[in-house]
Design a protein around this ligand. Structure first.
Ligand code: URP
Ligand code: ZN
Ligand code: ZN
Length: 471
């Protein structure tokens, strides 16, 4: 197996940054050394050298929330496991955790097997699965134990989308009881879907059918209420709770309070909620706003959600930043909702841009360099039972490493840095003061200096442990 020495860079971890060299043997990091350490002798002499002077050397990104080829809204998310993980690699993400989906009438075991089939042999980077439990019944509750044994240790439920993925409070309670028994993490889409459906119907009846009204019919109060309810149900059952794609500052306040009380409650947000807004994007002229229809929705900038979300990243109450990558093209997909926003497939693509967009937060003084690595790499790895194999540069870890140029530049947009299978970019025109230069996945250079060197099938399934992040 080949040896690689990454030399002259600054290794950034969740706790600090220092000039260090990194030695890789085969797929694994074998040593992290003082710069120029002579003790290496023959080992270094035989290694391929990667020069990292002036670069940050960081763990490969871990995006714990993606939906490759998700069947949704009468269509399917436009990135396959092949195209989506290749785009992830381009953007410095070397592990994704995607969602297998159980719908009513199906078993969790069968649907997980189906998702394994979709991904196996096609991924550019490593991948794991969460399981969506869309039909909480005695069989699925029993099946959850099997999935945990197979390395699928987190389960997502929905308080939104009645008739599709929705679970009522009784079902949620039962699934949480089971999660608590198993020590598995319960992930929650926290929006009051029953109330939202009434508001959607009333909006359409009034003739308010444009994409903007997707946002106004999902007010923050219904995210806050559902988040509070989920926290209370988790408290009753003792289940650890991870609230996905939080966009309302009030929902984060609920999470912060629960965390302050010592509860195992965690918040995830996504770059779209930090950078984009109800007014500017969902409110774009004509049908343009459809590009940004996702749930939870983008929130009002006038109400200050975006700034507060950044603050909650600093306080630690947002524990991880994922993308909720769920791309749909405008043509033939988002267009399904022309004249009726409720028929626009929900989702935004961004798996390629998370590391860059969050680095811009460092440049803008919103978060520290170390917090960038923490929320994008280390904590997601710990949260979802992949640490210390993923999310850290340390001996024994997989050699998933990104060389990031803090003086580089990235222009985002279709025809620029865009490799996702989408006919538009949610971040078209964004300019980032940094650049993903080189990406290694398990010791292989898969992106280097603007060239893709990876291959479909290099990525392997990651059998995850229980969460390592519980209080
Ligand atoms: O709009 C979104 N978030 N689409 C993906 C499905 C989900 O709820 O995460
Ligand atoms: Zn969701
Ligand atoms: Zn999602």
């Amino acid at each position: 197996m080949s040896r690689i020495l990454i030399r002259g860079g600054t290794v950034v971890s969740a706790t600090g940054s220092q000039p260090l060299d990194v030695l890789i043997d085969g797929e694994t990091i074998v040593a992290v050394l003082q710069p120029g350490a002579t003790a290496l002798g023959d080992v270094a002499a035989s290694a391929q050298i990667i020069e990292a002077t002036g670069k940050y050397v960081i763990p490969g990104g871990v995006d714990a929330h993606t939906h490759m080829q998700l069947p949704f809204g009468g269509t399917e998310a436009s990135d396959t496991f092949e195209t989506g993980t290749r785009a992830a690699a381009w953007g410095g993400t070397t592990t994704i955790v995607d969602f297998a989906v159980q719908k009513p009438g199906e078993t969790v075991q069968d649907t997980l097997a189906l998702w394994h089939d979709k991904a196996a042999g096609r991924c550019a980077v490593d991948y794991g699965f969460h399981q969506i439990v869309g039909d909480v019944n005695p069989e699925s509750l029993k099946g959850m134990a099997e999935l945990v044994a197979e390395g699928v240790t987190s389960f997502k439920l929905f308080m939104a989308y009645p008739g599709v993925f929705y679970s009522d409070d009784g079902r949620i309670l039962r699934a949480m009881q089971r999660s608590a028994e198993l020590g598995a993490l319960l992930m929650m889409h926290a929006e009051n879907g029953i109330a939202i459906d009434v508001l959607v119907e009333q909006s359409l009846q009034r003739g308010d059918t444009a994409p903007y009204f997707h946002g106004t019919s999902r007010p923050w109060q219904l995210e806050e209420e559902a988040t509070h309810r989920a926290i209370m149900l988790a408290q009753v059952t003792g289940a650890p709770l991870y609230v996905v794609h939080v966009s309302a500052k009030q929902a984060l306040e609920q999470i912060a309070t629960a965390r302050g009380n010592g509860q195992n409650v965690f918040g995830e947000t996504c770059p779209q909620y930090l950078y984009l807004s109800l007014e500017e994007q969902l409110g774009a002229p004509g049908f343009e706003g459809a590009k940004w229809v996702c749930s939870t929705p983008l929130r009002s900038r006038a109400e200050g959600h975006q700034d507060e979300l950044w603050r909650y990243i600093r306080t630690g109450d947002v524990t991880s930043v994922a993308t909720d990558h769920c791309p749909f093209c405008m043509k033939d997909q988002k267009e399904l909702g022309r004249g009726d926003f409720s028929k626009i497939p929900n989702g935004i693509g961004g798996v390629e841009h998370r590391m860059d967009l969050m680095f811009q937060g460092v440049k803008d003084g919103r978060i520290s360099l170390e917090r960038w690595v923490d929320v994008c790499c280390t904590t997601p790895a710990r949260m979802f039972g992949m640490y210390p194999r993923k999310g850290v540069i340390a001996p024994g870890a997989d050699a998933d490493i990104v060389l990031y140029d803090p003086n580089g530049h990235t222009s985002i947009g279709v025809g620029k840095t865009h490799h996702m299978n989408m006919d538009h970019s949610a971040y078209e025109g964004f300019e980032v003061d940094g650049h993903v230069d080189t990406v290694l996945s398990r010791g292989r250079v898969i992106v280097d200096d603007g060239a893709y060197l990876g291959r479909a099938g290099h990525g392997r399934f990651v059998k995850r442990e229980l969460s390592q992040n519980l209080i």
